[in-house]
Design a binder for this molecule. Sequence first.
Ligand code: IMP
Length: 207
Amino acid sequence: MAHWIFATHNPHKAREIAELLAGVHEVSSLADLDYHEPIPETGATLEENARIKADWVWERFGMPVFADDTGLEVEALGGAPGVHSARYAGEPADDARNRARLLEALAEVPAGERRARFRTVICLRDASGTHFVEGVCTGSIAQAPLGSGGFGYDPIFIPDDGPAQGVTFAQLTSEEKNAISHRGRAIRNLVARFLNETRDGAGHPVP
Ligand code: IMP
C-alpha cells in the first residue's frame, strides 16, 4: 500500500480523499505530518497552483504527493473569478463577500446567460514525474442565494446535473454534491487513472 501526502491544510478535504482510497492507498494531510506552514499560491492558473503545492511538498518530504486547486469560471466574465475565486472580493478571503461581489458583477446579466463551471485540477508528483487530472461541473449562477449547506459559492451555483431544476449546491446533501461535483469528479479521475489497485502512482500497471 503506497503512502501519499495530500498537500492540504484542510482536514475535510483530506478525510474525503482518504475515504475514497481506503484499503488501497494511505493518505496523510499536512496536518497529519504536523506541517502548518502556508504554501504560497502564486500561480496564474489552477494548474500552476496545484503544481506549486505538489512541488513544495515533494521537495520538503520526498514523498509521493498530490495537490488540488479549484476555481469558479463564469462565462459572462471571461472565466473570472477562476484562479482568484478564494479572494475575489479581496483579502482576507470571505465567502459571503465573494458571493455578493459575483452577484453584483452579474446584476445586468439575464438568467439564460449566467453559465459557469467549477473546475478542479489535481497535480500528482512522485518519482516518475508530474501528472494532472481535472474534474468539471457545469451549471449557472443563481439570481440570489438559495440553501444553507456547503461553503464558498455553493448557495449561488446551480449545477446542470442537480436533482431538480434551479436547485443550488447548497441545497444538496454532501453525498448528492460529491456525486456530481468538480472535486468528486477530479478525485474519481485521479483514482481511476493513477491510484486504483492495479496501478502504481505513475499510472503503470502493478505486476
Ligand atoms: P480551493 O482551491 O479548493 O481552496 O478553492 C478555491 C475557492 O473556490 C474556495 O475558496 C471557494 O470559494 C471556491 N470553491 C471551491 N470548491 C467549491 C465548492 O465545492 N463549492 C463552492 N465554492 C467552492
